[in-house]
Unconditional design. Structure first.
Length: 456
């Protein structure tokens, strides 16, 4: 059959309401024009993030009831450890309450001021944790990844020449590790090929630098490799994932993505010295190493969810959903990042609103327009989230001004996305009438979560 259907039945529903447009305008004004500050009950379709917003399966709900809440060495911990080890092959496994905790403790234990950390593209919390530790995050994605119209299959790849230049320029002693984010969330959810991961590992081995994988969406990246990379069509997704992790020395993960859970994360590594340092910091910040800030029932849920994320039918349905909305938007002429990313549709706000200067934040204008028009909440991935300053303190824009429509896992149906498309079309039809924004209040780090805007 050509029609790809959801490989599940809906067993429970959650009601929501769509408040009037006048109410939405008022709510957004009270939230200082920042959709992060809205109450969830005032949002109709919530595409702010795919992190921890998914629906659990019947097997996960059943596993939750088996949670062993013993403080140390619980049965639930053993299930979690066995599952993570089967997938990653790593010697040392540590649960944490979510991905940024793993990033924070890795930065605390392995990063010092003046260090340089290369990545294909750092996402927001990764970048902020490294900066807080005094390091310089460097993004080295291939040039194709900066062109929304380019349809290369692996636009998340690391540029090997730029990586080599970065290490030579700063000196290998200033690079405690390099990272690869799979899939590359900052650049449109674009995947990284197995060939690129292997090549990055070879280059880093030449300099004696460890490789850390940001594995939040490892199962989605495995699916892309299965579909697009020669030699992998006959392999299972877990076989592909196992190979991917075999090239890494360590990995961080938010289990709120491809763990199909509402909370959780992990850090894994092979180096005993890294493991000892991480364990000691973990006890101080998160909890005993066999629960790491999680309840036993959460460990049970993750052990099931990690394997469900590697089911081919599930990944096929999820990617078909993303491609459905993307293709409908392309047919309408709406500018988007091509090809389809793994967990979201990314709109090109710079092309959507060419009349808005980058430092008047076209992404924020588009996010707010969608909420006012139809109660849809999305997120800007542009100069607000990733902008930076030069040595004189002047704000600089990013290369890409994207708006991400992140798909919570197993939550919305096709009719929901038809509604999303209808709302975006309405904004598109009157796109010349929108203006930009300026920031009136902001913190030093991760400003997009809490800053205030006003219309220009």
């Amino acid at each position: 059959m050509k029609t790809i259907i959801e490989p599940f039945r809906i067993k429970m529903t959650e009601p929501f309401r769509i408040i009037s447009q006048d109410e939405r305008v008022e709510k957004l004004d009270k939230a200082h024009q920042n959709v992060f500050l809205l109450d969830a009950e005032d949002v109709a379709i919530d595409l702010l993030t795919d992190s921890g917003t998914g629906a659990m399966s019947t097997d996960q709900w059943a596993a939750l009831m088996l949670g062993d809440e013993s403080y140390a060495g619980s049965r639930s911990w053993k299930k979690f450890e066995a599952t993570v080890r089967e997938i990653t092959g790593m010697k040392h496994i540590f649960p944490v309450h979510q991905g940024r905790a793993a990033e924070s403790l890795l930065s605390l234990t392995q990063v010092k001021p003046g260090d340089v950390i290369p990545n294909n593209s750092h996402f927001d919390t990764t970048r902020a944790n490294l900066q807080y530790a005094g390091a310089q995050p460097v993004d080295l994605v291939v040039d194709e990844g900066l062109d929304p119209e380019d349809e290369s299959p692996f636009k998340g790849n690391m540029d090997l020449e730029k990586l080599d230049q970065c290490i030579k320029e700063h000196g290998k002693e200033r690079v405690p590790f390099a990272m690869i984010t799979v899939t590359n969330n900052t650049g449109g959810g674009q995947p990284v090929s197995m060939g690129n991961i292997k090549a990055v590992k070879r280059l880093l081995d030449h300099y004696g630098i460890p490789l850390v994988i940001d594995a939040c969406r490892f199962a989605e990246n495995s699916y892309f490799i299965h579909e697009r990379e020669k030699g992998y069509a006959g392999k299972s997704l877990i076989q592909i994932a196992e190979e991917m992790f075999s090239y890494a020395d360590a990995a961080t993960m938010s289990l709120k993505k491809d763990g199909l859970a509402n909370i959780g994360g992990f850090f894994v590594c092979n180096d005993p010295d890294w493991a000892e340092a991480f364990k000691n910091a973990l006890i101080l910040r998160e909890g005993f190493p066999t629960y790491g800030g999680l309840a036993g029932r959460d460990l049970e849920v993750v052990a099931v969810g990690l394997m469900e994320a590697l089911e081919y039918d599930y990944q096929q349905y999820r990617h078909a959903t993303v491609e459905y909305l993307l293709n409908k938007m392309i047919e309408t002429g709406i500018p988007v990042m091509k090809p389809a990313g793994g967990h979201a549709v990314f709109m090109d706000a710079k092309s959507f609103f060419p009349q808005i200067e980058p430092l008047n934040y076209p992404g924020i204008a588009l996010v707010n327009a969608m909420y006012e028009e139809g109660g849809i909440r999305a997120v800007e991935l542009g100069s607000v989230m990733f902008g930076h300053r030069d040595e004189h303190g002047n704000e600089l824009p990013t290369n890409l001004e994207l708006v991400r429509l992140a798909f919570p896992r197993r939550v919305y149906t096709q009719s929901h996305f038809d509604y999303v498309l209808e709302v975006i079309k309405q904004v598109w039809e009157k796109r010349d009438t929108y203006g930009g924004y300026r920031i009136t209040k902001q913190p030093k780090l991760l400003r997009h979560f809490s800053c205030w805007f006003e219309k220009v």
